[in-house]
Ligand binder design. Structure first.
Ligand SMILES: C[S@@+](CC[C@H](N)C(=O)[O-])C[C@H]1O[C@@H](n2cnc3c(N)ncnc32)[C@H](O)[C@@H]1O
Length: 566
């Protein structure tokens, strides 16, 4: 393990993540994150954000890593011979000799790559940490810093806009990214202010230059003068000066684009929940999800996986195949994951695949299709279930590199359970193989607005025009799925978005079009099927099912089960 980090100076004292909004902020505290006052909300530690804990500190605030280096009070690495940390203040950062902290530099590089190359943070960060040998709590710190900053970028931009004295458009992008990192350390992690400021200033001096470093020093010192609650009131008031635009206020405070907030609020209502839940939903999007594992039936035993995952792992909340890792758990360290008999899979994603397999069906149950299978999480679960039941799975995916990932994902499936993994346009399968399948999963390409906590930058990338393109594709794919299933067979229409245009309206449009083409379709009771798998699942009484991060702790997966009747 590299530097123990440990709650002094440069590193937060608790489990990372969003801070509490003590003292009458606009809403309830956002999740289980640490408090600025050093206390803890007592909530569960969050996977991937396991910043160093105060209880791991040594009295001098120093920590030895395997190379004999120590971390000083500002989280900087220092030679073992310099035992006593010399106190440095943020007041005179230019006086310091410094080299940026590797974890902060890694987070900065991730933000720059995400901005410049349109990259996905969760694909950029892990290899970067490996290449640089950043491990353990340092890796946890870098992860929380990068992902938390990206999730809360809208909030921090609103704060920074009040401190820079200029429009953020006029701030150089690398400097703005550094300011956002500094703001997250100050307002979203329990990094002591002097360390948050001085480390960020040092980073900017090294990466950008001395002039911008002075600017960053001034701005972050202004940010540090008020606690988060005060900033949330201020940015809420700036976004909604008349007190009449709740969406604008929530969007600024809870860091979502306004069109996304609006679409999610409509989705809550359209799926039978209360619009007032929107604040909790947005707050849940700002939390790092815990890692869920799936024990693939017939290949891995859930209790064995639970035991292997360590004493802090727990059985999944809903899915009988799920194990939830404690914060800091490393799935790649588990032999079942390496062997492909288990995998990393959100519980909601497990539930919808299990529901397709359990949906009532008359007659043959031999041939299953996953129409849009890449990268293969659900295909691997379906292949395992098919193997247990003597059925076989065809997995189709339009992108060759994603089809390769599907092949890897199903590699551990029992012999004969996977008939084929194909590259092809799912819109053509219904005409190429009409009535060829007993069960069809359409896990449709979608905006992913139900998995925002998992994809830190995606909320800022998505646009309403993506929605328009995707909804046309979703309707065509569902039409194809309904043609590909035999009469009496079942289609599961799934999205990791709750947005109405991608869920209820897509199903309505596609089933109407199918009827016009002479197909008859009935909607099955998806909540009843899910209750057979997860009896305690709280779902409104309606035909389709919508899961939510704030209510169920899963991604916001949508499930409609459809039976072809003619
Ligand atoms: C939501 S993802 C599926 C996730 C997958 N079921 C899993 O659990 O790993 C949607 C997939 O559909 C694929 N896709 C997009 N358009 C498609 C098309 N016309 N035909 C088939 N697959 C398509 C995308 O490349 C993407 O891999």
């Amino acid at each position: 393990m590299s530097g123990e980090g440990g709650g002094r100076g440069g590193r937060p004292a608790g489990g990372g993540g969003a801070p509490r909004r003590d003292g009458g902020g606009p809403r309830r505290p956002s999740g289980s994150g640490p408090r600025r006052d050093g206390g803890s909300t007592g909530g569960p530690r969050r996977e991937g954000v396991s910043g160093p804990r105060r209880d791991g500190d040594d009295p001098a605030g120093q920590h030895r890593d395997p190379a004999g280096q120590h971390r000083d009070a500002a989280g900087r690495q220092r030679p073992a011979s310099r035992q006593a940390p010399r106190e440095r203040t943020a007041a005179a950062p230019s006086a310091r000799r410094r080299s940026s902290d590797p974890a902060r530099t890694a987070a900065f590089d991730v933000l720059r790559t995400v901005a410049d190359s349109d990259a996905y943070a969760n694909l950029v960060l892990p290899p970067l940490l490996r290449e640089r040998g950043i491990r353990g709590r340092d890796a946890g710190f870098a992860t929380e810093l990068a992902y938390g900053t990206l999730r809360l970028q809208g909030r921090y931009d609103a704060v920074l806009a009040q401190c820079t004295g200029r429009s953020l458009d006029q701030v150089d992008p690398p400097v703005l990214d550094a300011l956002r990192l500094g703001a997250h350390q100050l307002l979203g992690m329990r990094v002591p202010p002097h360390a948050a400021v001085s480390e960020t200033v040092g980073l900017v001096r090294e990466q950008v230059g001395a002039g911008p470093a002075q600017f960053v020093n001034a701005v972050l010192r202004a940010v540090s003068r008020e606690p988060l609650d005060v900033w949330l009131e201020r940015i809420g008031d700036a976004a909604d000066p008349g007190g009449t635009d709740a969406v604008a206020r929530l969007s600024a405070v809870d860091s979502h684009p306004a069109w996304v907030t609006r679409a999610l609020r409509e989705a809550l209502v359209g799926h039978g929940r209360d619009a007032a839940e929107i604040g909790d939903l947005l707050a849940a999007d700002n939390e790092a999800p815990r890692v869920s594992l799936v024990a693939r039936p017939g290949l891995a035993d859930r209790d064995d996986l639970l035991a292997a995952a360590g004493p802090d792992a727990t059985p999944g909340r809903w899915s009988p195949t799920a194990v939830t890792l404690a914060g800091g758990g490393d799935p790649a360290g588990l032999s079942a994951v390496r062997a492909g008999t288990a995998g990393v899979q959100d519980e909601g994603s497990q539930l919808v695949a299990l529901a397709l397999a359990d949906a009532p069906l008359d007659g043959a149950d031999a041939r299953w299709l996953d129409l849009c299978a890449g990268p293969g999480g659900k295909a691997a679960l379906l292949a395992a279930l098919a193997g247990e039941r003597g059925a076989r799975l065809v997995a189709n995916e339009v992108q060759p590199h994603r089809a390769r990932l599907v092949r890897q994902a199903v590699a551990a499936a029992p012999d004969g359970a996977v008939e084929d993994v194909r590259v092809g346009d799912g819109r053509e399968v219904g005409d190429a193989e009409p009535g060829g399948y007993d069960r069809v999963l359409l896990d449709a390409p979608c905006t992913g607005l139900g998995a925002l906590r998992r994809r830190p930058e995606s909320r800022w990338r998505r646009t309403p025009s993506d929605l328009a393109q995707l909804t046309a594709l979703q309707r065509d794919l569902l039409g194809s799925a309904l043609r590909a299933v035999r009469v009496g067979g079942v289609v599961a229409y799934v999205t990791c978005s709750p947005v109405l245009a991608e869920t209820r309206l897509a199903v309505l449009d596609a089933t109407r079009a199918a009827r016009r083409a002479g197909l008859e379709v009935e909607v099955l009771d998806a909540p009843a099927v899910l209750h057979g798998i997860a009896p305690g699942l709280d779902l409104p009484a309606r035909e389709d099912a919508q899961l939510w991060p704030h209510a169920h702790g899963t991604d916001a997966m949508h499930l409609t089960l459809l039976r072809r009747t003619a």
